[in-house]
Ligand binder design. Structure first.
Ligand SMILES: *Cc1c(COP(=O)(O)O)cnc(C)c1O
Length: 402
């Protein structure tokens, strides 16, 4: 979680600007706020890094994903193709806008594959919600071909891929709309926050209104503003935006450090038998927040995890058994345990979520171990970690041959 490693004077300064005026609300009150507009500045900084024409800050990345889908016209009864490997927020966003998640296979990019998407298309498929996992990106050329061929809406949950790109284009900007998360675990944090991005003015206007009870934000009298659509409250506060702003300014520096560390780790570990790496569709665009190791099979990955634990090596994720990132543990979804009835329960799904057959995703996630890269590591720490990882993997591989 690199952003949080660099929390300091810059974040405090931005927060103090807000506290001095007491204007914690992002809209209106022009006199009282004395020129302080942190949400706007946060959005401008995100536009600068991503090249997005429009960016809109909201309360969190889950909300940003839901807003991206709603503003792209995805809603009740629409089938949305999603990956089985993602933070559960993606699936919740689809369900709570009233749409129907349809799971497709991922590949070694850790993201949906073009082939996987094509296999689950039905006449009711409206959209693909592509998730760029672990700081990397999907194989966009192949995916855009499928999107165009079948005339689908593309929405990107780039929740954990802010500042990553594919062939010079930021993740989040390939489809109609995209989203980033600025929660505590991402490359930059706002405490809680999310950003919606698009290059389409109409989609932006819809998102802007939808995320604030329909307000069109024209004029100086909030109570008299027009409301082109019904919406909800997904607003960010000025305090959170202030933190997000200071953190976003640090992202180029964080990304550079991450890349350097990831390169060093990769160089050392590529010499270790049993270790390969997740595919990075465009290595030049990697935000390098994770080093993603692929072991030969699930069993050797599990043994490697045991060796890491025995050796006291932390800082890694074995997503295969994670409760929130992989479908195997999503029994609440499989049994449709909900607080109140969702549209999918009335409309039905083309898939039985309790009995999905996704062998490729099972294989890839079973083999995957991801290390979070820290931007503040020293070269010595990087080397020591690489050697420790190599030692553990060697032990785990030996155990296989006994
Ligand atoms: C973190 C994350 C989210 C959710 O973001 P929050 O800000 O925690 O709501 C959504 N999608 C993905 C892929 C994420 O990694």
């Amino acid at each position: 979680m690199p952003g949080t490693e660099l929390f300091g004077a810059e974040e405090r300064k931005e927060i103090m600007d807000v506290l001095e005026t007491g204007m914690l609300f992002r809209y209106n009150h022009d006199q009282q706020r004395n020129g302080i507009w942190k949400a706007r500045e946060f959005e401008a900084e995100v536009r600068k890094i991503t090249g997005a024409k429009y960016a809109h800050a909201v309360s969190n990345g889950s909300a940003a994903a839901a807003v991206a889908m709603a503003a792209s016209g995805v809603g009740a009864g629409d089938e949305v193709i999603v990956p089985p490997f993602t933070f559960i927020a993606t699936i919740e966003a689809v369900l709570f806008i009233g749409a129907i998640p349809v799971f497709a296979e991922i590949d070694e990019t850790l993201c949906l594959s073009a082939e996987g998407i094509e296999k689950v298309i039905t006449p009711k498929t409206k959209a693909v919600c592509l998730v760029h996992m672990c700081g990397g990106m999907a194989d966009m050329d192949a995916i855009m071909n499928v999107i165009k061929k079948h005339n689908l809406v593309l929405v990107e949950d780039a929740g954990q891929a802010f500042a990553s790109s594919y062939k010079g284009i930021s993740t989040g900007l390939f489809g109609t709309a995209g989203s980033y998360s600025f929660d505590f675990f991402k490359i930059a944090t706002a405490g809680e926050g999310g950003i919606f991005v698009t290059n389409d003015e109409n989609v932006y206007k819809l998102a802007d209104a939808y995320s604030d009870h329909g307000h069109n934000h024209v004029g100086h009298n909030r109570g008299m503003e027009q409301h082109p659509v019904l919406g909800f409250n997904y607003r960010i506060s000025e305090l959170h935006a202030a933190v997000g702003l200071a953190q976003t300014r640090k992202v180029p520096q964080i990304r550079e450090a991450n890349r350097k560390h990831k390169k060093a780790l990769t160089e050392i570990l590529s010499k270790t038998e049993g270790i390969s790496f997740a595919t990075i569709a465009d290595p030049d665009g990697d935000s390098a927040t994770f080093l993603n190791l692929l072991l030969p099979d699930t069993e050797s990955a599990k043994r490697t995890v045991d060796e890491f634990n025995k050796a006291g090596i932390g800082g890694f994720n074995y997503w295969y058994t994670n409760m929130y990132h992989f479908i195997n543990q999503w029994d609440h979804l499989k049994e449709m345990r909900t607080a109140s009835k969702l549209p999918v329960e009335l409309l039905g799904s083309p898939q039985d979520y309790a009995n999905l057959y996704l062998p490729k995703s099972q294989e890839v996630v079973g083999r995957l171990i991801s290390f979070g890269i820290r931007c503040t590591w020293t070269d010595e720490e990087v080397k020591a970690l690489a050697n420790n990882i190599a030692t553990c993997v060697k032990k785990a591989m030996l155990a296989a041959t006994v």
